[in-house]
Design a protein around this ligand. Structure first.
Ligand code: NAD
Ligand code: DAU
Length: 353
């Protein structure tokens, strides 16, 4: 079958990437979607069972830092577009092992940009390099104010500094070589398929198992939460309708102090498990704060709202309930992640191909 377009999605086996891949494979049967992912601990092909046998889906187990392999993928598929999500994404891991973040988030992004530039050879018509970034590049807010697209960069963790560097390099390729680039910076995502090292899935899992809930510092840091499918919808819109060279901020307009969110989460999980109200609050354990912990993130997403007509759809009440329900209904997903069994799925699924 001849496809109208081919798009490489990097990091498609991860949390947000898997929602993006599913959305594109299902909604655009005339596009060939190539999921390029090396499958680190965060990559889980079990996230993609629904689409793995679709005719318009391919999987390439490739490291974005590997020049020859990325070039091979470009030669084989001649992609019109890249949606670049592959990254080391967990702030706490970046504090323990910054070099892994420099390698993937910076070197990997440069390798993709360079390969796209060389492959497209200045013929950029209907081409697009879309880089997915984070609101953390803007630094930390006090009680007031919001990040806009023109807020100066002020990253403060190895993770956010590596993402900020990659944003700058993406813009430099746009400016210097005319590469058709677009960037979006999003706030905290939550939803099904998120690796249980991040706050919401970790705490759901711990409430279910009756393990301690490690709250950093006093629990008064603030995050702006967006349901992952709303992010995937924004990515779809920006890929198709965003303007070259532009940046779009994406946010949930949904700020929560950590401790308030945690208490709401406990209440909902306990209720679903028919436990008495407040039963699991005893699990709350205040622990040493994250080094350099950013106090507050808040996104002003008026640009994408007015320019592209996007807005966050999911209310937090419904989104959190859906997320909890998904984790309760998929205990094997959590078990496979915890036991490492999800990592053998690749050999099982693709080993003989
Ligand atoms: P994730 O950690 O769940 O997934 C990352 C994916 O990238 C995994 O599948 C992993 O195997 C893959 N990967 C990592 N290193 C790779 C490499 N060298 N080569 C190929 N693949 C590699 O991440 P996520 O939370 O889904 O985030 C996806 C993107 O969105 C990241 O760029 C992140 O910075 C950004 N982002 C995340 C959030 C959030 O709240 N999770 C918010 C804003 C922006
Ligand atoms: O803002 C976007 C960013 O959101 C993304 O770019 C990152 O990839 C993503 O991981 C997320 O970063 P955070 O550091 O905000 O997310 P995390 O889930 O790790 O933590 C959310 C808040 O909860 C933060 O204030 C730290 C706190 N926390 C987290 C964990 C894992 C705890 O108190 N205890 C914990 O055990």
């Amino acid at each position: 079958m001849a496809f109208e377009k081919s798009i490489v999605v990097t990091g498609g086996a991860g949390f947000i990437g898997s929602h993006v891949v599913r959305r594109f494979v299902q909604n655009y049967p005339n596009y060939l979607i190539i999921n390029l992912d090396v499958l680190t601990y965060a990559g889980n092909l079990e996230n993609l069972r629904e689409v793995e046998s679709r005719e318009n889906y391919r999987f390439e187990k490739v490291d974005i830092c590997d020049r020859e392999e990325v070039e091979r993928v470009f030669k084989e598929y001649s992609p019109d577009g890249i949606i670049h999500l592959a990254a080391e994404s967990h702030v706490d891991r970046s504090i323990l092992d910054p070099l892994a973040f420099i390698r993937t988030n910076i070197e990997g992004t440069v390798n993709l940009l360079n390969t796209a530039k060389n492959h497209w050879k200045n013929d950029y018509s209907s081409k697009r390099f879309y880089h997915i970034s984070t609101d953390e590049v803007y630094g930390s807010l006090g009680d007031e104010g919001m990040f806009t697209e023109t807020t100066p960069y002020d990253p403060r963790s190895p993770y956010s500094a590596s993402k900020a560097s990659s944003d700058h390099i993406v813009r430099a390729f746009g400016h210097t070589y005319g590469l058709p680039v677009v960037i979006s910076n999003c706030s905290n995502n939550y939803g099904p398929n998120q690796f249980p090292e991040k706050l919401i899935p970790l705490f759901i899992s711990n409430v279910v198992q009756q393990d301690a809930l490690p709250v950093y510092g006093k629990g008064d840091n603030i995050r702006d939460w967006l349901y992952v499918e709303d992010h995937a919808e924004a990515i779809d819109l920006i890929y198709h309708k965003g303007r070259d060279g532009e940046t779009y901020n994406i946010g949930g307009e949904n700020e929560w102090k950590n401790i308030d969110l945690i208490k709401t989460l406990i209440e909902q999980v306990d209720e679903k498990l028919n436990r008495a109200p407040g039963f699991s609050e005893k699990l709350i354990t205040y622990v040493t704060d994250r080094a350099g912990h950013d106090f507050r993130y808040a996104i002003d997403c008026s640009k994408i709202k007015s320019e592209l007509g996007w807005s966050p759809n999911m209310t937090f009440e419904t989104g959190l309930a859906k997320t909890i329900q998904w984790y309760l209904e998929n205990p094997e997903w959590i078990d496979h992640v915890k036991s490492g069994a999800y990592q053998s799925y690749y050999a099982e699924q693709y080993g003989s191909r």
